[in-house]
Design a protein around this ligand. Structure first.
Ligand code: PLP
Length: 354
């Protein structure tokens, strides 16, 4: 191990308060967190400490201007009880692409990975055993200069917090094809997991909920013609026998689940296309009876089936979810890899070492 990480164990565990058969997403935090502080151009004071609140100066840069990025990933246990990470280096690299876009310092990839191993190892008892459940890992970096001025901060804090999440059986989602607000534009911050992107999505999501929809289907910012994403997930359509997902054009978050799905489909010989996809094409396929499936894809849910898509003048009602072979195949492949049920032929799984 290259970096020296100080370990301060919590004196008691809160694990006994958790019911693994009933864990709501994002509300439970495990016993420890990883923390490092960036000062004078380097990451210092690397430590694993008991999970607890910390103080922030009211002038802290992040509170005013939102210079903050995050990642979302999962650790699972295979059938031998070994804690595993799925493609962790992809998350480390994306974190640094987000950091670069937000004018934040790199977290060296080996530091990011060593911190992940340390925090998952110490709280490995918090990984729920059933397939589909996991320990959700939330790396976060925020600007911490105590100075109210718009500038790139010189001080940052990097933390990794974790919390158990149950098997996610998302109910099928209804999407609203948004034509007023946009999530991202080429040249903007949409490819970064930057905090402000999510704040900006809350109002359109609330308005869509008032119309009875669960998530926004984001459209391109120039013409409201091309489909981008579903809420905070990438989107896939099955039209005829072909799976189609929007090409990453600078305004789409490049999901690691999206990338895994592309690999899995190619390996199985299922035709798949990454290209611009216009809402008119989806509507035409709907009328022709060839729109077989639509689903959102991301780390949390893996696959969320889309049951309806609403536009100003049309409600597309998709086939029932028990007729969704592609979406179900993908979900089973990814969850099965994590649990060890499906052999890892691609070298994606990394065993956690202490
Ligand atoms: C995180 C995220 C995704 C999914 O990325 P994964 O790496 O698959 O979890 C998709 N879209 C947005 C906007 C996201 O923030």
């Amino acid at each position: 191990m290259k970096y020296s990480i100080r370990i301060e164990k919590s004196s008691s565990s809160r694990l006994s308060q958790i019911d693994f058969s009933n864990i709501p997403f994002g509300r439970n935090f495990s016993d420890h967190m990883f923390v490092a502080d960036y000062k004078n151009g380097e990451w210092t004071d690397l430590r694993v400490v008991p999970f607890e609140p910390f103080l922030i100066h009211p002038g802290s840069m992040v509170l005013h201007y939102g210079q903050s990025i995050f990642e979302g990933m999962k650790a699972s246990k295979n059938n031998a009880g070994q804690a595993m990470l799925l493609r962790p280096e992809m998350h480390a690299q994306r974190f640094n692409r987000s950091a670069a876009r937000m004018s934040m310092p790199d977290v060296p990839e080996d530091l990011f990975l060593q911190a992940l191993h340390a925090i998952v190892h110490i709280d490995s008892a918090w990984i729920p055993p059933q397939e589909g459940s996991a320990l959700y890992l939330r790396p976060l970096m925020f600007a911490n200069d105590e100075f109210i001025g718009v500038h790139s901060s010189e001080n940052y804090r990097f933390i990794i917090m974790t919390g158990p999440v149950g098997p996610y059986y998302p109910k099928p989602i209804r999407l609203w094809a948004e034509r007023v607000y946009v999530r991202a534009v080429k040249g903007g911050t949409g490819e970064a997991k930057a905090a402000g992107n999510y704040a900006g999505s809350l109002l359109p999501a609330k308005l869509a909920a008032q119309r009875g929809f669960d998530q926004i289907m984001w459209m391109d910012a120039h013409e409201f013609k091309y489909i981008q994403e579903a809420g905070t997930m990438n989107i896939f359509f099955v039209i005829g026998d072909t799976v189609i997902t929007p090409a990453a054009d600078g305004a789409i978050l490049k999901g690691i689940t999206r990338d895994s799905i592309l690999h899995i489909l190619k390996d199985k010989g299922i035709p798949v296309e990454e290209r611009p996809i216009a809402i008119d094409e989806v509507i035409a396929a709907y009328h022709a009876g060839t729109l077989r499936e639509a689903f959102g894809a991301g780390t949390a849910a893996v696959v969320s089936h889309v049951i309806e898509i609403g536009t100003e003048d049309l409600l597309l009602q998709l086939p029932p979810v028990d007729q969704r072979p592609i979406g179900e195949l993908i979900k089973s492949e990814i969850n099965g890899l994590r649990s060890g049920r499906i052999p890892d032929t691609r070298g994606w799984l990394v065993p956690v070492v202490g």
